[in-house]
Design a protein around this ligand. Structure first.
Ligand SMILES: [Zn+2]
Length: 256
């Protein structure tokens, strides 16, 4: 469903403010885009703080990134190419947000994908979060690097750069960015404490059932769960069986 142009502009300004207030972007970082209808989009201008946007800093464009409507003194962000690639591939996506939140970007810098099943909320709403290879900002390297991931993932880390979230509407894309950053912070802190427990298969399966029941839009590739560890009794049993088998083999060899 499309929002009206007025509603979309209001939401983009509000989300920009929140991204900046939460420290998800610094200076003029980040960009937001949203579909207005099948032919038109809104996108944020380059060179402006997303925390202090006015209506004229939101530019109406077509699906190829050409500015339409009234003349504008602001220029379109070069990172729009990344948004256009997403919107071209995913007809179900209505809004795209790019930011540089510090915790998830730290994972992107460290080269640690958020692909393990750790926090229920993330498993249900985002699934696994991969890292797209590094590309030079503002060139076509970034759209190229995210290309293989867009079809299956609603949240991506961009190596040594930041994060990208895809939403069924503007608020959905924004909340995905919040979930991504909040969970990255928790996982980072657990790593500092020295242990991260990963959920087991059965727990993950239950969560995927919840996702299906709730009819959550978008994609969530299943994360990697913890394989059940063998208990002491199981280990003893395996040892006994192995010894027994080896004994029998030895005996049969001797009789032959
Ligand atoms: Zn960026």
């Amino acid at each position: 469903m499309y929002n009206s142009e007025w509603e979309s502009r209001k939401l983009i300004i509000e989300i920009g403010k929140r991204l900046w207030q939460k420290g998800y972007v610094a200076a003029n970082d980040g960009n937001i885009s949203a579909r207005l209808n099948k032919d038109e989009l809104l996108a944020t201008a380059t060179g402006v703080s997303k925390g202090f946007m006015t209506d004229d800093m939101i530019i109406k464009i077509d699906n190829n990134g050409n500015s339409i409507g009234r003349g504008n003194k602001y220029r379109l962000s070069s990172e729009i190419k990344m948004h256009l690639e997403v919107l071209k591939q995913r007809k179900d996506v209505m809004a795209v947000i790019h930011a540089h939140p510090s915790f998830c970007t730290s994972f992107a810098v460290a080269g640690i994908p958020l692909n393990k099943c750790i926090i229920p909320e993330v498993i249900v709403t985002l699934g696994s979060v991969p890292i797209a290879p590094y590309g030079t900002p503002s060139t076509s390297e970034i759209p190229e690097s995210i290309k293989p991931y867009i079809k299956e993932f609603d949240a991506l880390l961009l190596a040594n750069h930041g994060a990208l979230t895809l939403g069924s509407d503007l608020m959905n894309a924004y909340f995905k960015m919040e979930t991504l950053e909040h969970s990255s912070r928790i996982i980072y802190q657990a790593m500092q404490l020295g242990n991260v427990n990963v959920l087991q298969k059965e727990d993950v399966e239950k969560l995927m059932e919840v996702r299906e029941k709730m009819n959550i839009p978008g994609k969530a590739v299943q994360c990697t769960y913890q394989k059940k560890e063998e208990t002491v009794e199981q280990k003893d049993l395996i040892k006994t069986i192995t010894t027994e088998v080896l004994e029998r083999l030895k005996k049969s060899k001797e009789t032959n």
